[in-house]
Design a protein around this ligand. Sequence first.
Ligand SMILES: [Cu+2]
Length: 218
Amino acid sequence: MRAAAVLAVVTIALPPPAHAGTVKGRVELIEKGGGKAASLAEVVVFLDGVRARPGPARATMAMKGKSFIPRLVVVPVGGTVEFPNEDPIFHNVFSVSGDNRFDLDLYKRPKRGSWTFQHPGVARIYCNIHPQMSAVVVVRDNPYFTKAAPDGTFAIPDVPPGRYALKAWNERASEVAREVSVPAKGEVEAQLTLDASQFKRARHKNKFGKDYDTDEKY
Ligand SMILES: [Cu+2]
């Protein structure tokens, strides 16, 4: 008798590698006029060049009071972001950022919207009704990333040992990088400084590539 071939689909939670270190430190951001930013909560810190497949991930970016909350979300490739509309009015979430382009069209509760991001990069998120609504989803090709705490501290644990580029990103500054050497056990510390002193906010177009109407319709 032939044994039946059985295809089992199992989800395996990978334990941290036997040899892994933590990358920790602090970021700061220089504002116009040379002062330091009071909150670093919209800074992403990540490692480039780590070969590791990210697992599935979900995150939430709500629309409330005609704002995206939080304004910055980071997910690995394949990660899904929910965009719940908590306002009593319609919003239309969209992005025209390269391969991560999407359009959820108009909706409000109880309809829900979400998007699965399949390409690494920075997706700029807008609402097609309210030009003042803007946010960012950063999509990474490995799971070694974090958002900085408001005080600028960060920690990326369970990193396989090796030399990588540690990078920090904020929408108002150029990306900064430095090399870190992650030990097989223990920590490596690094400091990164972003410069937003030259930032000028540019007006963005709607999902049709046109200027927004001056009157809100919804
Ligand atoms: Cu809106």
